[in-house]
Ligand binder design. Structure first.
Ligand code: PMP
Length: 296
């Protein structure tokens, strides 16, 4: 359950009870998936709650809306402030934050004149497990960038992700790995892919994937650690020769990949670059230097 009788959400400038808020069943977003959203995480730090890369997430929300021509008249800083206020009002420290921009009633395929924004959050404790994923190559490919705006986080795009995840789970795997429409490695249904070979990290280049904020953070951390990272177009047979691999995303953070279609990566996770990055990421998101009262 995501909320109880006391939970507040932010809806169009006001804080309202989640169980009293309502929306219109004729919303264009509900019918056609024409809406944009974000997935953000807040962490308890020594200096209080810190929402990790919150500005980057709201900038991406704005960019997603603009890319698909949904009107976005919100001020990013106001949304950032509203997010902190929402967490405070609900007494959340470690939490997942979900902003959604959704459209007014409109059964036509033309653009909406008016949209709404809601921000909800739910408690999400620290993930302490060292689980590694068993992946399978999906029969679904990521949408072609000429059929949608792949860089936008659009509601409707997630039908592709849901199909891929369910197919993988039905086959007994933890998660899917999707290729792009040309057969190059793309990403997971909700995470970006990295793999390691001979001390170098590789990740699919931008163009056919969601530009993950965690991916960008991993690139920064790798640079700080002096690890070389190459971005390019890679076929699955290259991944089959890799030493180790991991997924990264706001929800998953950095998570090791044990195998793809039962073929295990030879390197122990504890010896992998992914494991070092996982630790560095975990420290960074909980670091206290950026806090509620200073910068975010
Ligand atoms: N790819 C897809 C398809 C996603 O849905 C996500 C989650 N937003 C990611 C990658 C990772 O993005 P981020 O690190 O910004 O959460």
């Amino acid at each position: 359950m995501y909320y109880n009788n006391n939970t507040l959400i932010y809806l169009d400038g006001k804080f309202v009870k989640a169980n009293e808020a309502s929306t219109d069943l004729y919303s264009q977003t509900l019918h056609y998936g024409y809406g944009v959203f974000e997935g953000i995480r807040a962490y308890a730090s020594d200096n209080g709650t810190r929402v990790f890369k919150v500005k980057e997430h709201y900038d991406r929300l704005k960019n997603s809306a603009e890319l698909i021509k949904i009107p976005f008249d919100y001020d990013v800083q106001e949304l950032v402030d509203a997010t902190y206020e929402l967490l405070e009002k609900n007494n959340f420290t470690d939490a997942y934050v979900r902003p959604l921009v959704f459209c007014d009633p409109n059964m036509s395929l033309s653009r909406p004149n008016k949209v709404s924004i809601m921000i909800c959050a739910w408690e999400w404790g620290a993930y302490l497990g060292d689980k590694q994923l068993r992946l399978t190559l999906s029969s679904y490919c990521r949408p072609h960038p000429r059929s949608i705006k792949i860089e936008a986080k659009v509601c409707g795009h997630y039908v592709n992700s849901i199909l891929a995840t369910n197919e993988a789970k039905d086959k007994g795997f933890d998660e899917a790995l999707l290729l792009d429409s040309d057969g190059y490695l793309a990403e997971g249904p909700g995470a970006n892919l990295f793999f390691e070979k001979d001390g170098v990290l590789y990740t699919p280049q931008l163009g056919n994937i969601l530009p993950g904020i965690t991916r960008a953070t991993v690139l920064e951390l790798a640079e700080e650690m002096g690890v070389e990272v190459k971005q390019g177009l890679y076929k699955p047979k290259i991944l089959a020769l890799a030493d180790s691999a991991f997924y990264c995303g706001t929800a998953a953070e950095v998570i090791g990949i044990e195998s793809v279609d039962e073929r295990k990566f030879p390197k122990e996770w504890s010896d992998s670059l992914g494991n070092k990055l996982q630790e560095a990421y975990s420290q960074l998101v909980r670091a206290s230097e950026k806090t509620l009262s200073t910068t975010y």
